[in-house]
Design a protein around this ligand. Structure first.
Ligand SMILES: CCCCC/C=C\C/C=C\C/C=C\C/C=C\CCCC(=O)SCCNC(=O)CCNC(=O)[C@H](O)C(C)(C)COP(=O)(O)OP(=O)(O)OC[C@H]1O[C@@H](n2cnc3c(N)ncnc32)[C@H](O)[C@@H]1OP(=O)(O)O
Length: 214
């Protein structure tokens, strides 16, 4: 067993024992949604410095309340009741993670890979009016990895190649799709793209995932 695999297995087992129940997931999903609204409000606010200081003090108090009962690790990915992989704390798909848009993935039937429909707010802006290229890479890495996992050949991202064809607009519906093209032993090759509302690809990606030895 490789070092990375041993660490992941040990970590996974520790987190599985402390998975949140459904009532807690529902409440924390609502909490994360409010924090996303807070992030957007912080990015756009034009309040004066005294008001910003007063709000910061209130937020610090709220953070202390949440920290009163703290998990050692974020919740682990788990199989949901519908048989889908739920990445509750994932920075792309995690409904409990305020930094995730979230981009919720659907499995395309009959080996069609995975897809997602989502809209990114200007919190994710890079160039004016457009999505940050690193955010597009993050989302694509998640879709590519999920397609490899859904194919039954999960792995760690070993290579990720991106082609930025057109700027990706924020504030409009986007689609992303990923599908396995080839499996060669422990290596899985996957293609993906983000498509704008006009149906044209804005970013195309190819990745290779390697299942750690053992
Ligand atoms: C318990 C294990 C679970 C592992 C699976 C993990 C997750 C799957 C579960 C659910 C996934 C669901 C959704 C997906 C969600 C998110 C996706 C995001 C994924 C990430 O965000 S992940 C973080 C970024 N990622 C890393 O942090 C990787 C760091 N790295 C390593 O952990 C090792 O480096 C590793 C494992 C990559 C290889 O390690 P290794 O020891 O197994 O490799 P080894 O040397 O045996 O090579 C075997 C053959 O692959 C070729 N090869 C290897 N590496 C290559 C490279 N980079 N470029 C070109 N070729 C490469 C060799 O050339 C050889 O090829 P050949 O057989 O032809 O000679």
């Amino acid at each position: 067993m490789s070092g990375a695999e041993a660490v992941m297995r040990r970590d996974f087992a520790a987190r599985e024992r402390h998975a949140p129940d459904e009532a807690q997931v529902a409440a924390l999903t609502g909490l994360a949604a409010r924090v996303r609204e807070l992030t957007e409000a912080v990015v756009h606010t034009d309040v004066d410095p005294a008001e910003a200081d007063a709000v910061a003090a209130e937020i610090a108090a709220l953070t202390a309340r949440l920290t009163a009962a703290r998990r050692e690790h974020p919740p682990v990915a788990a199989l949901g009741a519908d048989g889908r992989l739920r990445h509750l704390a994932n920075p792309v798909s995690g409904e409990l993670n305020p930094i995730a848009p979230p981009v919720l993935l659907e499995i395309v039937p009959d080996g069609g890979g995975v897809r997602a429909e989502f809209t990114l707010s200007d919190v994710y802006e890079g160039p004016p009016s457009f999505v940050h290229g690193g955010v597009s890479a993050l989302i694509l890495d998640q879709l590519l990895g999920a397609a490899a996992a859904v194919n039954g050949t999960p792995g760690m991202t070993a290579t990720l190649e991106l082609r930025y064809r057109r700027p990706t607009p924020h504030g409009v519906p986007l689609t992303a799709e990923a599908k396995v093209s080839r499996v060669d032993g422990r290596k899985t090759y996957v293609d993906a793209a983000i498509t704008g509302p006009d149906g044209k690809a804005t970013v195309q990606a190819t990745a290779m995932f390697v299942m750690p030895q053992g």
